[in-house]
Design a protein around this ligand. Sequence first.
Ligand SMILES: [Zn+2]
Length: 73
Amino acid sequence: MPVEASLIQILACPACHAPLEDRTDVPADSAADPALLCTSGDCGLAYPVRDGIPVLLVDEALPRGVDGAPSPA
Ligand SMILES: [Zn+2]
């Protein structure tokens, strides 16, 4: 389930308050999980989206991998 674009526009990274990038349109069979990525190069946390609901908690966020995808935990 995609996250509303209008919702993403008003969301910000709770760690650094940078805008978030929509990464929720991954194919169902993709290895990547839907997430909202912080656009800050210094922060770059990936927030998981569960059942269409962004989990904007720093404790739940994953550090962004070198290829732009969340790293395996
Ligand atoms: Zn951030």
